[in-house]
Design a protein around this ligand. Structure first.
Ligand SMILES: O=C(O)CCC(=O)C(=O)O
Ligand SMILES: [Fe+2]
Length: 308
């Protein structure tokens, strides 16, 4: 782990900003403790999710995710992702209306889902707060206005909570829980249970991140890597399986508002550090979300011309 910092009220001093920036540059990942999100809330959310994942497949599929409905259930579907993996996931909106429609699709009138809904909304609100705090410290650490990154992350953004469930796998050496990938968004805030399985690619080697239920793992996504003019790294990671224990991760993806034009702050651009990307919007960027080279589309640097 690059850095286990303390992001809490009143301790966002220069040292924390410096360490966070160093970790974002070197590892693209860091841990956050002292975050004021209660362990009880996390445990309640995991219990709700376990109950959902234990439902019969036909019932889970009633809440299936489609091209049009982004809140819903996915079981390694090739309709959404080209890779195959040993996991299932549910994508939950931080918008109460979308969330309610999902619960109604799954449970109709048979279940009082209001407690679940309240916990999901409490958790996504807590994640929103933690994301804002983290983005503001990262901006300050780069010498920017504290609001520089946060201004793109507002209530109307399509930020999403993805809960991954990895059942025990009979052949953990043959199939991954989640294939190697980079996250496209601004940042991701991940909580993994005590089983472990998250790995990040560092200098060509997979490095496991030890689970600690009291720590959130934050990683830099493509958008923040681009906005930082490539100071921060959006790093390849994956989840591996094991043959004995099911595993769960709670993953909050912090996404910019669709039509906001994302640009590199002027302070990060000078003659030695020309802007590496042209302005773009999330709406455009997400069209190529399953393409690994998606950042190259916005690359502003010409191929080097070799002259004799
Ligand atoms: O389950 C994990 O630890 C990794 C999840 C992940 O990378 C993701 O959902 O984007
Ligand atoms: Fe990820």
């Amino acid at each position: 782990m690059g850095f286990v910092g303390q992001v809490g009220h009143g301790n966002d001093d220069e040292l924390i900003a410096k360490k966070m920036v160093e970790a974002a540059e070197k590892w693209g990942f860091f841990g956050v403790m002292n975050h004021s999100v209660s362990l009880e809330l996390i445990t309640r959310l995991q219990a709700h999710a376990r109950r959902f994942f234990n439902l019969p497949m036909e019932q889970k599929l009633k809440g299936g995710r489609t091209e049009k409905i982004r809140t819903g259930y996915v079981a390694g579907s090739p309709n959404f992702f080209p890779q195959k993996w040993w996991s299932e996931a549910v994508f939950l909106d931080w918008n109460p209306t979308q969330l309610q429609q999902f619960f109604e699709r799954v449970w109709s009138q048979e279940c009082d889902y209001h407690d679940i809904q309240a916990d999901v909304l409490e958790y996504t609100a807590a994640m929103g707060k933690l994301a804002r705090r983290t983005l503001s410290i990262l901006a300050a650490g780069l010498g920017l206005n504290r609001d520089q990154f946060n201004r793109y992350f507002r209530e109307e953004s399509t930020s999403v909570l993805r809960i991954n469930h990895y059942p025990p796998c009979p052949h953990p050496d043959k199939i991954e829980g989640l294939d190697e990938h980079r996250d496209p968004m601004l940042i991701t805030i991940l909580h993994q249970d005590d089983v472990g399985g998250l790995q990040i690619l560092k200098d060509g080697k997979w490095v496991g991140i030890q689970p600690n239920p009291e720590t959130f793992i934050v990683n830099i996504g493509d958008i923040l890597m681009m906005m930082s003019n490539e100071r921060f790294q959006s790093v390849m990671h994956r989840a591996v399986t094991n043959s004995s224990k099911p595993r769960m991760s709670l993953v909050f993806g912090c996404i910019p508002v669709d039509d906001d034009v994302i640009t590199i702050p002027e302070k990060l651009v000078d003659s030695n550090h020309p802007a590496k990307f042209i302005p773009f919007t999330w709406k455009d960027f997400r069209k190529n979300i399953y393409c690994e080279d998606r950042m190259d589309i916005y690359c502003s640097l010409e191929e080097e011309v070799i002259s004799n």
